[in-house]
Design a protein around this ligand. Structure first.
Ligand code: MRU
Length: 337
């Protein structure tokens, strides 16, 4: 099944905080529930939270009792504000909300027609996400050789999208083409997306995967165990790629060891009107670090720095793989000028 689906006025998704031990589906009925699920990372990953936000607007439209189009438009604006407050860094969420609102603003029919357009637009976005990821997979697999060992960070797989994945979409396509590849997945502190989600997805697909702690990356590279790095992105700005905390460290290490560092992301992740200095990096709760399995492990009162993402300057990125092709970062810089 897809990671997110629209079923008779509800949004059905997997609670990712419970994976891999428990596969529990959530039936989300309104935008409040959806916003909370995004905040609590029951669903996460840039493309997925983009589509989820579009579905959030669809929930409001579908269940609205508004009699006039203007009233529903106001409800949609309020829903959009709520969604925008959930997670600040992944641009896909803002992109998706703006896309749906734009379509809504263009509707000429009555309130019913408006509600239908919003639901349709969210569903279209979900379908397109799968196609886009397959495109990323096709292009990206050109960079993958038989026998490669690919290091990936966090989870940029089907669980981070509607289906197929971005970085893991490339891995999937290369694997299906018969390339004998192996993956090294970092555990990804502190929420363990690599341990719980990437390892789960790759095991399910039969792709050989080895799990390492985040702090093992340097050792693995120095021993020649990594041939390529492939990660996703939450936002690609004029001067940098913003992705899961730890990505920058991996990129600098890859540079030091002469290992290609590739980023796979849809064009909806590009935000070329901003530079990294202008972006809010989400700061998450200290408890994600001071506790483990709900047990306190740090001394009381210790101060904590817990950013969810970091900033990798483009000089460390060999190329960006998107649905339209492989983009060398030199080309990206020219496109901005
Ligand atoms: O905090 P998360 O789990 O939402 O962070 C996810 C990532 O950083 C992914 O690498 C990124 O969203 C790309 S997913 C295709």
């Amino acid at each position: 099944m897809r990671t997110i689906e629209w079923k008779d006025g509800t949004v059905v998704t997997i609670d990712q905080t419970r994976l891999p031990n428990t596969v529990e589906f959530l039936n989300i009925r309104n935008c409040e529930e959806l916003s909370l699920a995004i905040e609590e990372m029951k669903l996460r990953g840039a493309p997925l939270i983009g589509v989820a936000a579009a579905y959030g607007l669809a929930l409001t439209a579908h269940h609205s009792e508004a009699r006039e189009k203007e009233e529903l438009l106001r409800e949609l604006e309020n829903t959009a504000d709520m969604l925008r407050r959930t997670r600040p860094t992944a641009v896909n969420l803002f992109w998706a909300v703006n896309q749906v609102l734009k379509k809504a603003g263009e509707v000429e029919g009555d309130v019913k027609a408006l509600a239908e357009v919003v639901v349709k637009e969210a569903q279209k976005m979900a379908d397109e996400d799968v196609e886009i990821n397959r495109g990323i997979g096709e292009h990206g697999s050109e960079l993958i050789d038989d026998g490669d060992v690919i290091l990936t960070h966090c989870n940029a797989g089907s669980l981070a999208s509607v289906d197929y994945g971005t970085a893991l979409g490339v891995v999937r396509t290369a694997w299906r083409q018969g390339k004998r590849i192996k993956v090294i997945a970092t555990e990804t502190r502190p929420k363990l997306q690599g341990t719980r989600l990437t390892a789960f997805e790759l095991k399910r697909d039969g792709v050989p995967v080895t799990l390492i702690t985040d702090s093992t990356v340097g050792y693995a590279m120095s021993k020649g165990l990594v041939k390529k790095v492939l990660v996703g992105a939450d936002r690609i700005v004029q001067d940098a790629v913003i992705n899961k905390i730890g990505t920058y460290t991996i990129a600098v290490l890859a540079h030091q060891h002469g290992i290609p560092f590739y980023v796979a992301a849809p064009t909806s992740t590009f935000d070329l009107t901003h530079s990294s200095k202008e972006i809010t990096i989400e700061e998450r709760s200290p408890e994600e670090i001071t506790t483990f399995s709900s047990q306190r492990i740090a001394p009381n009162g210790v101060s904590v720095l817990n950013p969810a993402f970091d900033i990798t300057p483009l000089m460390y990125v060999s190329a960006i793989i998107c649905e339209t092709g492989i983009l060398p970062t030199t080309k990206l810089k020219k496109a901005i000028r």
